[in-house]
Each structure stands twice: as structure tokens, then as C-alpha cells.
Design a protein around this ligand. Structure first.
Ligand code: OGA
Ligand code: NI
Length: 337
């Protein structure tokens, strides 16, 4: 049985919004976030905040990223995964102490109780050269990417880095809206994400047929680790979200939108006011599926500790402070064997 509480009652009971199971995900127009109409901007920020509390997922429309750039990036992803396995295997993630490069089918286990994901991927982070101060001091997760050679995939590196830059700008815009909805200074998160641990992945999910064992699916049930995720999915579908009643809700592709969701670090930051909603992928379409998630996490040394607006008498911090780097490293070590 489910009971529909009003917001006030929920707050008084101290149980948060997660007790109301959602059945769909809202589409929010981001336009007003960069406009000059203050009231419209506040309304958009409030809508984002509400969706973050009640669902943990949002579709964003009017996001400003050119459709051409998105389509071109998908085309690059298809070009990359179509390479022979021997070629892709020249840049294995296992060779990178910074978790960058190619991983094959079952190379990652997102749900650590399951059997490995039926997806292959290519991961990259901020492109840093040997002269970068953090690379010089050997700070974990800072370093070069592994790219396929320019002869094999001309223009690939440049295209992917252009998309990475567009995602980073969009993440900053979203975080300004989230900050407003949390009664913070609009630039609060910008101060914590100056050299953000921002992670881009190209993913390829082959189709699965017949009886599908939940322990062997495209992407096992998990919540994301970081702050926020911007997901581009192709037209194939297969993404599912778990609501508080334990039901799996489809999040089908909607043309012209990205799917936004929150990760564990944002849940910690907001004392679980914002939800890191579990999700998974099962590709029953009979077709190849491609997706491009971008994970935006705070700086390595940024301390993630309960925000003032998310605690009070009767609502003490649920998590100890942790740094962005510490948190991300522990999760990556658990999912890549
Ligand atoms: C992920 C993820 C969803 C997708 O990589 O964390 O949830 O559609 N991906 O690929
Ligand atoms: Ni995810």
C-alpha cells in the first residue's frame, strides 16, 4: 500500500520524498536558466529541485547542445566500436592507472552481485598532459587519455573532446539551477568543480534475446557514483529506473532531450534530499544500442559534506564528509576488476 503524503507531512515525518513511487519522469525546458527573467529562472530551478527530490531523474529539453554535435558523437561511437577487437584491445582500460580506455563485454560489473555487464565501452576523462601540476605529483585519476591512433580513426579524438567540452558547460548550467533550488549561492557548485572529475563514456550494448537473467544484463542495477550524469541515448531504448515501490519504470528516448540523473555524491551532499535513483539497461530491441553518459563529479579534493539547507533539528547529517576523489576511486576499484 502507498500513502500520498503532502510535502509538509513528509517533512514532519522526516521521511523524504522517496516514499511516493514515481511512474514517469518530467521533461523540463532549460531555456529560462540562461534567460534574464528572474522569476522564470527561479521557477525552472524549483522544478529541477522537485524532480531531484521526488524522482532523481529528469529529461531536459532546450538544453543548447547542437543536435549535429550529438549525432556526430554517436557516429564516432559507432565507428569506434566497429573496429576489430584486436584494434580496440590496444588501448585497454587495464593499462591505465587512471581508468581510461577500452573495456570489452563483461569488462565492468556495475552491479557487483551480478555477472558482468553485456556492454563494451570507451572511457575518457579530462585530457591532461605531463606538465599538469596534478599529473606531475601523481594525483590519482589525473593523467592522459588512451586514444585509438589517428591513422585508424582520423578526427575521433578531436570530435570526442568537443563533445566533452559541451557536456561540461551543460553540467555547470544545471548545477547553477540545482544550487538555486537548494537555497545556495548560484555559483556554489562551480567553486567545487574547477577541475571536475568529469568522465565521458561511449557505450555499446548488443541485443539480448529470449529469457534474460537479471544478473547478466546490459548494465546491472546501480546508482551513479558522482554528482550528476548527462545521458544521451539513441532511439533504441532499454533504460529503466527503479522507484521506491521497487518497480522498474521505462525511461524511453525522447528526441531532443538528455536524461539527467543524480549520483551518490549529490545524495550525500544533500543529506539524501536529492535521490541517487537505481537504474539499469536491458536491450531487448533486437538492435545494437549506443549511449553516451557523461558523469560530472567534484574536484578530487572537494569535500562533500551535508549542505546547511539540508540539515536541521531532527534531520542530522546521515553521512560523514568525504572528498570527491576518495569516493570515486573506491567505486571504480570495486567495479573494474
Ligand atoms: C551508466 C548508465 C545508462 C545507459 O553508465 O551509469 O546508467 O543508457 N548508463 O547506458
Ligand atoms: Ni548509471
Amino acid at each position: 500500500m502507498t500513502v500520498a503524503f503532502g510535502l509538509k507531512e513528509r517533512a514532519a515525518a522526516g521521511i523524504g520524498a522517496r516514499k511516493v513511487p514515481f511512474s514517469s519522469v518530467p521533461v523540463i525546458d532549460l531555456g529560462p536558466l540562461s534567460g534574464t527573467d528572474r522569476a522564470a529562472k527561479q521557477r525552472t530551478a524549483a522544478a529541477i529541485g522537485r524532480a531531484c527530490e521526488e524522482i532523481g531523474f529528469i529529461y531536459i529539453a532546450n538544453h543548447g547542445v547542437p543536435q549535429d554535435l550529438i549525432e556526430h558523437t554517436f557516429a564516432e561511437a559507432r565507428r569506434f566500436f566497429a573496429l576489430p577487437l584486436a584494434e580496440k584491445s590496444k588501448i585497454p582500460i587495464a593499462n591505465s592507472k587512471n581508468f581510461r580506455g577500452y573495456f570489452p563485454l563483461k569488462g565492468e560489473t556495475t552491479d557487483v552481485t551480478a555477472m558482468g555487464d553485456l556492454k563494451e565501452g570507451f572511457d575518457l576523462m579530462r585530457e591532461l598532459g605531463p606538465d599538469d601540476p596534478d599529473v606531475r605529483t601523481g594525483k590519482p585519476l589525473h593523467g592522459p587519455n588512451q586514444w585509438p591512433s589517428e591513422d585508424v580513426l582520423p578526427g575521433f579524438r578531436q570530435s570526442i573532446l568537443a563533445y566533452y567540452a559541451a557536456m561540461e558547460a551543460l553540467a555547470q548550467r544545471l548545477l547553477r539551477g540545482m544550487a538555486l533550488s537548494l537555497d545556495l549561492d548560484e555559483g556554489f557548485f562551480a567553486g567545487k568543480t574547477q577541475k571536475a572529475l568529469a568522465y565521458l563514456r561511449l557505450l555499446h550494448y548488443p541485443p539480448q534475446q529470449g529469457m534474460i537473467d537479471e544478473r547478466e544484463i546490459g548494465c546491472g542495477a546501480h546508482s551513479d557514483y558522482g554528482c550528476l550524469t548527462i545521458l544521451a541515448q539513441d532511439e533504441v531504448g532499454g533504460l529503466q529506473l527503479r522507484n521506491s515501490a521497487g518497480e522498474w519504470i521505462e525511461a524511453p528516448p525522447i528526441p531532443g532531450t538528455f536524461v539527467i540523473n543524480l549520483g551518490d555524491q549529490m545524495a550525500r551532499w544533500t543529506n539524501e534530499r536529492f535521490q541517487a535513483t537505481p537504474h539499469r539497461v536491458i536491450n531487448r530491441s533486437g538492435r545494437e544500442r549506443y549511449s553516451i553518459p557523461f558523469f560530472f563529479d567534484p574536484d578530487f579534493d572537494a569535500v562533500i559534506e551535508c549542505l546547511p539547507s539540508c540539515q536541521g533539528p531532527g534531520n542530522p547529517p546521515k553521512h560523514a564528509p568525504i572528498t570527491g576523489g576518495e569516493h570515486l576511486l573506491s567505486m571504480l576499484k570495486a567495479t573494474f576488476k
